[in-house]
Design a protein around this ligand. Structure first.
Ligand SMILES: *[C@@H]1O[C@H](CO)[C@@H](O)[C@H](O)[C@H]1NC(C)=O
Ligand SMILES: *[C@@H]1O[C@H](CO)[C@@H](O)[C@H](O)[C@H]1NC(C)=O
Ligand SMILES: *[C@@H]1O[C@H](CO)[C@@H](O)[C@H](O)[C@H]1NC(C)=O
Ligand SMILES: *[C@@H]1O[C@H](CO)[C@@H](O)[C@H](O)[C@H]1NC(C)=O
Ligand SMILES: *[C@@H]1O[C@H](CO)[C@@H](O)[C@H](O)[C@H]1NC(C)=O
Length: 335
């Protein structure tokens, strides 16, 4: 064969030789093919998506807003901090406040409300309702399960010394939990004496539903919260309607599409969630979404093989015994 024929063949050979390892190292897709799976540094896993072909349902529509001052992923008008496949997404939610003048007249007020689409529910386990101020009460109200609900707390103090540093138990700060199945919520703030008694050190009250640990109360909070406009709030998401058993009866609509997926019931909101079974990882909502985990690449699991070889297999791994030995080569095994 002449060089003229050989050379292009060699180029083609090397081209494929180089492309193959690159392909096999690719992480499994988290979004549908040809869909935007990232906005800035936030990933957008299916069932979420930015366009009609890319989300499972309009409830899961998000908007990637790329402007000159930065990129934001939005759920309605709320910037998204993260979306995870365990059924939670975190948004940066505006916090409410009310401030008074020394003479007791209202200086400014901002109250927040949230209305979520089907499949999205305010997380009752990850969030807490917090009211901050020395002359404040606040309540959270709205709709759940087709009926109204109302919850809240009050906090007072007369001097700076009354404030209990580091604890949110009614003096300068109070907390309460949010009920399950809340998709609609208004937060209102009020005051007993318009802050006239405490105005010298506290002229505003604050109210928010935020992720636990996103806020720790201290005297400084009364000052610092003036500059805080948003705090993270966790939203639970689920797919479909009804229980796993009901969903599994309809093959057309069942959303756990990966062969290596399982269905899990939700405690908050409608529908169910999908997960990859043990030994697999990825997106259970996509047909080929869950892929085998190579446990031998995990230094901790690999340790279980001790000095023996670690061999990955579908859904697990083995530590085969050397020739002449038998049993399970894992450290916990018998020799
Ligand atoms: C996108 O960001 C710009 C600038 O911050 C803002 O004016 C606009 O309303 C945003 N678009 C959406 C859909 O929120
Ligand atoms: C209270 O004080 C504010 C700010 O100093 C002033 O604008 C307002 O008119 C006062 N209101 C009354 C009722 O005096
Ligand atoms: C609040 O305290 C917890 C526990 O000490 C800590 O993990 C968390 O980071 C704190 N949050 C903030 C915003 O400082
Ligand atoms: C709030 O932010 C402004 C502008 O960034 C700054 O000048 C001010 O000192 C801040 N106040 C507090 C209490 O942190
Ligand atoms: C199964 O789901 C499809 C798609 O949502 C729906 O059109 C169909 O009516 C359902 N079938 C039954 C038996 O519920």
């Amino acid at each position: 064969m002449s060089l003229v024929v050989l050379l292009p063949m060699m180029i083609i050979f090397f081209f494929f030789a180089m492309i193959k390892p690159a392909l096999s190292q690719n992480l499994p897709a988290i979004a549908k093919p040809n869909c935007v799976d990232r906005c800035g540094n936030i990933s957008i896993p299916y069932p979420f998506g930015t366009t009609e072909n890319c989300y499972e349902n309009p409830s899961f529509m998000v908007v990637c807003n790329e402007t000159s001052n930065g990129t934001q992923l939005l759920l309605g008008n709320m910037p998204i901090k993260s979306i995870n496949l365990d059924g939670q997404l975190t948004v940066n939610k505006l916090i409410g406040h009310v401030c008074y003048h020394r003479n007791g007249s209202l200086a400014s007020i901002f109250e927040t409300s949230t209305t979520l689409t089907t499949h999205l529910t305010i997380s009752n386990t990850a969030n807490t309702v917090t009211i901050v101020g020395c002359d404040a009460y606040g309540f959270v109200s709205g709709q759940r399960l087709g009926r109204s609900y109302l919850t809240g707390c009050m906090t007072t103090c007369y001097t700076r010394e009354d404030l209990m540093e580091g604890s949110c138990t009614g003096s300068g700060c109070c907390q309460t939990s949010i009920p399950q199945n809340v998709w609609d919520m208004d937060i209102d703030l009020g005051s007993y004496r318009n802050y006239t008694r405490v105005w010298d050190f506290n002229d505003c009250g604050y109210a928010f539903v935020a992720e636990k640990n996103a806020f720790n109360f201290s005297y400084q909070s009364l000052i610092d919260l003036k500059n805080v406009t948003r705090l993270p709030m966790v939203i639970d998401w689920a797919i479909g309607n009804g229980t796993c058993k009901e969903a599994q009866m309809n093959n057309t609509s069942y959303a756990c599409l990966s062969s290596y997926s399982a269905c899990n019931e939700t405690k908050n909101g409608n529908g169910y969630r999908c997960s990859c079974i043990k030994g697999y990882q990825g997106n259970p909502y996509l047909v080929d979404g869950c892929t085998d985990i190579d446990e031998c690449k995990d230094p901790v699991l690999k340790q279980l093989c001790g000095n023996y070889e670690c061999v990955n297999n579908e859904g697990g791994f083995d530590c085969p015994c050397p020739k002449g030995y038998h049993g399970d080569g894992k450290k916990t095994g018998v020799f």
